[in-house]
Design a protein around this ligand. Structure first.
Ligand SMILES: Cc1ncc(COP(=O)(O)O)c(C=O)c1O
Length: 348
């Protein structure tokens, strides 16, 4: 006898990238930032610990929303905070998708979208990227049962990004809300925040995990029009962000100089990694994110993943339906990338 809803029993469940604890591996598999966060973040968290944690946190993370609003140029009531941006993707899916509804996303893209849709009993409407990583008209095709679309921009695993104007056109054409998942946008040339004011259907999610080097803290936020935020807020856990994460995330937002410096470093290493992977013959894709997608036209890449792992370097081997497989390599430090390239060269 089963106690579970049938869609829960039938679904596979999301499997996150390997997270070995400790320092055994050079970890280039889940797009973490290789550098330690701003010292101001550590100080703010230390200060909060000194004050004590006996009280509940601010349910709306107001301090963060004020600071982020100043950085982004919007009022705090356009911002909803979450326990990582995954929490906000979950909230949006719960808000819009009922059993039998359709949820659209692209392939290859962030695998969690499928899981979130399946938890709701939604049906996945998967649109393949074109070979040049653009999206054709199928992504905006009308469908009465379509209730939500997700667009990772920059996308994972490709690291490619659609221009804001293209995203605006997609949002206009869709009959439903469009979550523009900007988890990696701080490494990109453009972002879509300005589209939120133009179109109530646009909901932009951001993460502090990658560009602020705070994957372990769990903090993200969503930008939407205030009437959308008001409805979405009803769904979140009362205290979905804890006091330490609110303090740390607010300090991170406060230190835009740290972000600017880190962005420049990651972009420079990304360029090196790209050039070296191309030299090794990979069909690497030019990236707007802190990772690079590397299929190879002639060599099987899965054995390379295993050989790297045996030598202590963890990258992500990814094999999507109807798409060539590849290695997704996060942009680490220059030393980490050099070690990875040396091992790859030897393995090939
Ligand atoms: C495309 C994309 N969106 C969202 C996330 C989730 O990030 P967070 O750590 O903020 O939950 C990830 C994490 O890898 C991602 O790749």
């Amino acid at each position: 006898m089963s106690f579970f809803r049938s869609n829960i029993e039938q679904m596979g469940g999301y499997v996150p990238g390997e997270q070995p604890q400790g320092d055994k591996f050079i970890k280039l598999n889940t797009n973490e930032n290789p550098y330690s966060c701003s010292p101001k973040v550590k100080a703010a968290i230390g200060h909060m610990i000194q004050r004590g944690l006996q009280k509940y946190p601010d349910p709306l993370a107001t301090a963060f929303r004020i600071r982020a609003g100043e950085v982004l140029g919007c009022d705090p009531d356009w911002i909803l905070c979450g326990n990582g941006s995954d929490d906000l993707l979950t909230i949006a899916t719960r808000a819009f998708v009922e059993p039998g509804d359709r949820v659209r996303f692209a392939n290859p893209s962030y695998v969690l979208y499928r899981t979130l849709a399946e938890i709701q009993g939604g049906q996945c409407d998967v649109v393949s990227y074109q070979p040049d990583w653009s999206l054709g008209p199928a992504f905006t095709a009308g469908d009465a049962r379509l209730k939500l679309a997700y667009l990772a921009n920059p996308n994972s695993p490709s690291g490619t990004a659609l221009a804001p104007q293209q995203v605006a056109e997609i949002a206009d054409a869709l009959p439903c809300p469009l979550v523009v998942d900007e988890a990696y946008v701080d490494f990109a040339d453009n972002h879509c925040i300005s589209l939120v004011a133009e179109n109530e259907k646009v909901l932009v999610t951001r993460s502090l995990s990658k560009s602020y080097a705070l994957a372990g803290l769990r903090f993200g936020f969503l930008v939407g029009q205030p009437h959308m935020i008001e409805q979405l807020s009803k769904i979140k856990d009362s205290y979905n962000c804890d006091a330490l994460s609110i303090a740390g995330a607010t300090a991170a937002m406060d230190d835009q100089a740290w972000l600017t410096q880190n962005q420049a470093t990651i972009r420079a290493t990304r360029q090196r990694l790209f050039a070296q992977m191309q030299e090794l013959g990979f069909a690497s894709v030019a990236s707007q994110a802190n990772f690079i997608w590397n299929p190879h036209p002639t060599i099987a890449v899965e054995p390379l993943y295993h050989k790297l792992k045996e030598s202590g370097v963890l990258v992500r081997y990814m094999n999507y339906p109807n798409w060539e497989d590849g290695l997704r390599i996060s942009v680490g430090t220059d030393e980490q990338i050099d070690a990875c390239i040396t091992l790859l060269r030897a393995a090939m």
